[in-house]
Design a protein around this ligand. Structure first.
Ligand SMILES: C[S@@+](CC[C@H](N)C(=O)[O-])C[C@H]1O[C@@H](n2cnc3c(N)ncnc32)[C@H](O)[C@@H]1O
Length: 287
C-alpha cells in the first residue's frame, strides 16, 4: 500500500469518530510508525509503506478511534516550537496557550531591569511545564519557578525541564501559589477553568486528560479568586499577573483581578477572536 493510500485509509477511519483534523492525525500517526518527519512523509506519497510500519499504523489508528489523543499516543506535543513529553498525568498543551506565553513575555521586565536581583517569574498550575519552561528558554536571564498540586504532573514537568533546557528548574508542590516565594515580578497561570458539567461531558465522551487539569467548579471560575489574592501578595511593586481563561470568563476574571487590587486589567483574545488571557499589574502599570 502506498503512503497516499494509507493516509486515505486512516483519514477515512478517523472521520466522524474523532474531533479535529483526521488527515493531520493520520499523517502524524503514519510518520511516527514509519519513523520519518511529517514533511518527508508528505513528499513520499507514491512510496510503499512496509508491512511492519503499516501494521503499527493501523494499531495506532485504532487507539485514536477509541478516543486517545494523538499527543498521548505519540507521547509528545509541540508547543512554542519545542517538544514536550505528555502522558495522561498532564494536560496536552493547547496552541491557544501560546498567547498566554506571548503575553507573559511582553510583561516581563527587560534583562537587568531589576537592579538589585534577577527578574523572577512563577508558573502556577504548571502541568507539563510548557508555559514556565518556554519562558525559561526564551528568557534565560529570568529565574523561573513552577508549581502544581499534582506530584504526577510535576514528575512530567521535571523531565521536560531537563529535556528542553538541559537543566532543572525550581519545582514546588502545593495548592494555587502556596509553593511560590516573594518577591515575584510575574505570575503566569493556566488554571483548570472548565465547568464541572462540561468536564463530566468530556469524560463521558472518553477524554483521558486528568480531571484535576480541567474542572474549575460550577462556572469554571473557582481558582481565580485565590490565584489573584495570592499573586497580589507575592508580587513586587510593578509586577504582573497573567492568566488563561475560558472564552466566556473575561468579564468575571477581570472583576476578580480588580477586587484583588490589580490595575490596568486587560483581556486579550486568541487568534479566533475569543477572550483567552487576562492580565493586570500591581500598582505601577507597565506596558
Ligand atoms: C489546565 S492545566 C495547565 C497545564 C499547563 N500549565 C498548560 O498550560 O498546558 C491545570 C493544572 O493545574 C493543576 N491544579 C489543579 N488544581 C490545582 C490547585 N488547586 N493548585 C495547584 N495546581 C492545581 C493540575 O494538576 C494541572 O496540572
Amino acid at each position: 500500500m502506498t503512503v497516499r493510500a494509507a493516509l486515505a485509509e486512516g483519514t477515512g477511519a478517523l472521520e466522524g469518530s474523532c474531533p479535529g483534523s483526521p488527515f493531520l492525525d493520520a499523517a502524524l500517526l503514519l510518520s511516527s510508525s514509519m519513523g520519518m518527519e511529517r514533511d518527508r512523509l508528505l513528499a513520499s506519497m507514491p512510496d510503499e509503506v512496509p508491512p511492519g510500519p503499516l501494521e503499527r499504523y493501523r494499531a495506532l489508528l485504532s487507539r485514536r478511534r477509541s478516543g486517545v489523543s494523538v499527543a498521548y499516543i505519540l507521547g509528545y506535543k509541540e508547543f512554542y516550537g519545542r517538544r514536550y513529553a505528555v502522558d495522561p498525568r498532564v494536560l496536552v498543551p493547547r496552541p491557544d496557550t501560546e498567547i498566554l506565553v506571548e503575553t507573559a513575555l511582553a510583561l516581563l521586565p527587560p534583562a537587568g531591569g531589576i537592579p538589585s536581583r534577577r527578574v523572577r517569574c512563577h508558573d502556577a498550575f504548571t502541568g507539563s511545564g510548557c508555559v514556565g519552561i518556554t519562558i525559561a528558554a526564551e528568557r534565560p536571564d529570568v529565574e523561573v519557578s513552577l508549581s502544581d498540586a499534582s506530584p504526577d504532573a510535576l514528575a512530567v514537568c521535571a523531565a521536560n525541564a531537563r529535556a528542553v533546557l538541559g537543566r532543572d528548574l525550581e519545582l514546588g508542590i502545593g495548592d494555587v501559589l502556596s509553593a511560590a516565594a516573594w518577591p515575584l515580578d510575574l505570575v503566569v497561570a493556566n488554571p483548570p477553568y472548565v465547568s464541572t458539567v462540561l468536564t463530566d461531558e468530556i469524560e463521558a465522551a472518553g477524554g483521558s486528560e486528568p480531571r484535576s487539569a480541567l474542572d474549575g467548579g460550577e462556572l469554571g471560575l473557582d481558582l481565580y479568586p485565590a490565584l489573584a489574592r495570592q499573586a497580589f501578595a507575592l508580587l513586587a511593586e510593578g509586577g504582573a499577573l497573567v492568566a488563561e481563561i475560558g472564552e466566556e470568563q473575561g468579564r468575571a476574571v477581570k472583576a476578580i483581578f480588580e477586587d484583588a487590587g490589580f490595575v490596568g486589567v486587560e483581556i486579550r483574545a486568541d487568534l479566533a477572536g475569543a477572550d483567552r488571557v487576562v492580565s493586570g499589574s500591581k500598582h505601577a502599570v507597565r506596558r
